[in-house]
Each structure stands twice: as C-alpha cells, then as structure tokens.
Design a protein around this ligand. Structure first.
Ligand code: AMP
Length: 284
C-alpha cells in the first residue's frame, strides 16, 4: 500500500504526467463521480490486473444532470475516496474542477444519436450528451488503452462504445459486472439517499429480477406477462417504475420474443431516489 497518492487537478499537469509514461505501457482508466464504493473499486482492481498504470478520475460532471436533478446534493467525500484509492495502489487520480473542464465560453458537445434517447434518455433527455461529452474529453486528456466501466450503467456502455467506434478513439471499453450488497441491491453512490424503509423497498428491484428469472426458467415466454409481474412486485414496495424493458444487449433494441440472450433494463424511483439496475437472461 502507498502512503500517499498522486492527485492531479489540472489538464496541463495530467497531460504532462501522461506524456512521461512510456508508449509500451498500457493505461487503464476508471472515470467516476466519486463517493466510491466496492463497485467502483472492482473496476480499479480489474484495471490493476490488466494494465500497467491505473488512473482514476473523480469528477461530478454537471452537464449530465438535468435541471431538477440531484447535482447539488450528489454525495461527495474526496478525502475518503483518496484514502481508498491509496489502498488500491492507483497511480494517479485526476480531480479537476468545473472551470477546468467547462471554462467560460465552452461550446462543444458530443452526442450519440438514437441510443441516447432510449430508456434512461426518455426521462433524462440531456444525460447521455453530458456523459459522452465528458468521457470524450477525459479520453483525450488521459489517452487510456482501456476504459473500465460497470455494467450497472448498461446503456452508458452502449452509448460510449458507439461513440468510441464512430469517433475512432484508440480506446477499448472493458465492461465489468455489477457489484451488489449481500442482499442483492446494486451498489450505487445514490443509495446514500435512502432512508431505512426506502432501503428495504429498494430491494424490490433485485427481487423483481429473481421473480422474472424464475418465471422464465419455469417456461413463461410472454415478455408482457413477466414485466407486469415485476411491476406488481415493485409497486407493492412503493417503487414508482420509470421503465422495465427487455432489450438486445448489443443494439439495445426492444426484444419481442424471449429467445437468445437478452438484457433486462430497469429504472425505478424509491421515494425521490431514482435507481437503475439490469440483468442478463439467456433462453435457448
Ligand atoms: P459513477 O461514479 O456512478 O459515475 O460510476 C463510475 C463507474 O462505476 C461507472 O462505470 C459505473 O458503471 C461503475 N459502477 C457504479 N456502480 C457499480 C456497481 N454496483 N457495480 C459495478 N460498477 C459500478
């Protein structure tokens, strides 16, 4: 374990640090919004395994939050984050501020059409534009070979894969599995918003997954029937469903039939907190 960690807060210093790394070294990059948990740390561990250098960014990107969303209240604890990253032997942490990332007069946006307006994009119409713009900027600054991203944000991975393909970035996304609490709730910085009762109700997202898998493995082949049972379970636990959709894992197109490998994407409000989760299902 290191006793201190290199924290870089300017783009210029990040570029200088990057330019001193030999071309033969693989750089793994883990972009985050901080308030780190085991989900984030699993990405760091994966990068440590596969890359020579691991760089983590901590930046609560304002442009991916809608006007009435939780930008102001989003949980932050940089000291704790840096302590954790120190224990994981991260090589450098990029921790820029808003002036650095979006200086006065900033005008340029990256938008992945179609994919950004589906699912989460319906209730968060500017979200993925903010995500693709900031990740594009971070890739240009850090120039990593691998980008470690959690499947927790499944649509985000699809959007960014398309951006990387279309804009010819020399970077590859390494998707990592969802890390869950012991009871099944997917880890998220936003879980910090949940009170005790909401925390119990939030488990309905995972329980709905188990229910769906059970129904399908027992032979149910009607997607609408499965979705309506999932909805009922979540509604009974006071969850307000934004969407539950069965999609193609590559194109994100809606699937009409329960055959092959599908991804089930879901977003649910528990109280005021919007939680997302997803799971894969394969039917032969
Ligand atoms: P965030 O800080 O929420 O922007 O997340 C930063 C990265 O961590 C993204 O690639 C997320 O998909 C990933 N991540 C967040 N939660 C989890 C989780 N429970 N399991 C795996 N990866 C996660």
């Amino acid at each position: 374990m290191k006793d201190s960690i290199r924290v870089i807060d300017s783009i210029q210093e990040m570029r200088e640090y990057r330019s001193l790394i030999y071309e033969t070294k693989n750089i793994g990059f883990v972009p985050t919004m901080g308030y780190l948990h085991e989900g984030h740390l699993s990405l760091v561990e994966q990068s440590n395994k596969e890359s020579d250098i691991t760089i983590v960014s901590i930046y609560v990107n304002p442009t991916q939050f809608g006007e009435n969303e939780d930008l102001q209240t989003y949980p932050r604890d940089i000291d704790r984050d840096l302590d954790l990253l120190c224990k994981y032997n991260v090589d450098a942490v990029f921790y820029p501020n808003n002036k650095e990332m979006y200086p006065e007069g900033y005008l340029t946006w990256v938008e992945v059409e179609k994919l950004s307006s589906l699912y989460c994009g319906r209730s968060r119409p500017t979200h993925f534009k903010g995500v693709s713009t900031i990740v594009s900027k971070l890739i240009n600054i850090v120039r990593p070979l691998y980008l470690y991203m959690g499947e927790k944000d499944f649509q985000q991975i699809a959007v960014l894969k398309k951006m990387i393909e279309d804009l010819n970035y020399d970077t590859y996304i390494r998707p990592c599995p969802i890390v869950r609490e012991i009871d099944g709730l997917a880890l998220s910085s936003r879980n910090a918003y949940l009170n005790e009762k909401e925390r119990r109700n939030a488990l309905s997202l995972y329980e709905a997954q188990i229910l769906a898998k059970e129904m399908i493995y027992k032979g149910e082949r009607n997607i609408d029937t499965v979705i309506s049972k999932m909805r009922k379970l979540i509604n009974e636990k006071d969850g307000r469903i934004d969407y539950i959709e069965f999609v193609d894992p590559h194109t994100l197109e809606l699937k009409a039939d329960l055959i092959g490998t599908l991804r089930v994407l879901m977003a649910v409000y528990i109280g005021k907190t919007r939680l997302i989760d997803n799971f894969e299902i394969t039917i032969n």
